[in-house]
Design a protein around this ligand. Structure first.
Ligand SMILES: [Zn+2]
Length: 235
């Protein structure tokens, strides 16, 4: 029994290393996820602004086309003036020219406003792009460190796991199953000392008879409160 206790203590030591490595890895990966999610959020904002910019650019280009047509109408109408024969015809063309010029002016005004909107959007997008790039460059080093550390922690687990698996095979099946069960449930220490009528895992007082029996038998027992495996250390 004494030997089995020591074997389990050794297994537990390796398990704690593995659990610690896994815990650190989980923390690091969640930090990484958070950083990437923040980056993605900024990227989405920049992309959404780009869509707006594209729409306004289309408006600008279609207004430019309108303007060209309208200017063309003015020119064409004016070109007809020298050929007119009657006063009536002359006035009609002048009216046409005026109307076309007014259209041109309206379109120029609309174009100016659209161009302002476009300039503002592009400036806003540039600010966001700068923010995104700064965020990325600030976190580049940390992300690289996280990847390195995660790889190291995975190596720790890969190195310790076979050792503990080999070691635990030396423990009797019943004890092994119980230990594995408690370990998987608690994800922490599964084997603890019973000391001075107390479980060192949950710190509950053990029934005196129970503890005295343990003292006498030196057997591994189970804490009635937390279910951890209990042993009494040799003096
Ligand atoms: Zn306990």
């Amino acid at each position: 029994m004494k030997e089995e206790v020591q074997q389990l203590i050794d297994v537990q030591e390796l398990d704690q290393k593995i659990l610690e490595a896994r815990g650190k890895k989980t923390e690091l990966l969640s930090r990484k996820e958070k950083l990437l999610a923040q980056t993605e959020k900024l990227e989405n904002v920049v992309a959404a602004m780009q869509e707006q910019i594209n729409e306004v650019q289309q408006d600008v280009s279609s207004l430019n086309q309108d303007l060209a047509k309208e200017q063309d109408s003015v020119t064409k109408a004016e070109d007809r003036l020298p050929e007119v024969k009657t006063q009536k015809e002359y006035l009609a063309i002048l009216k046409e020219v005026d109307a076309a010029k007014k259209n041109t002016k309206d379109t120029e005004e609309a174009l100016k406003l659209k161009q302002q909107v476009l300039d503002e959007l592009e400036a806003d997008q540039n600010d966001k792009k700068t923010e995104l790039n700064e965020f990325k460059s600030t976190n580049k080093g940390e992300l690289r460190d996280i990847d390195t550390l995660v790889a190291e922690l995975e190596e720790v687990e890969a190195a310790e796991k076979p050792k503990r698996d080999k070691l635990i095979r030396q423990v009797s099946e019943a004890l092994r199953n119980h230990y594995e069960l408690v370990l998987s449930r608690l994800n922490s220490i599964a084997l603890v000392e019973a000391q001075n009528y107390t479980c060192c895992g949950c710190h509950m007082r053990l029934p005196p008879q129970f503890f005295n029996n343990m003292l006498k038998s030196k057997n591994i027992s189970t804490c009635p409160q937390c279910n951890r495996l209990l042993y009494i250390a040799e003096d």
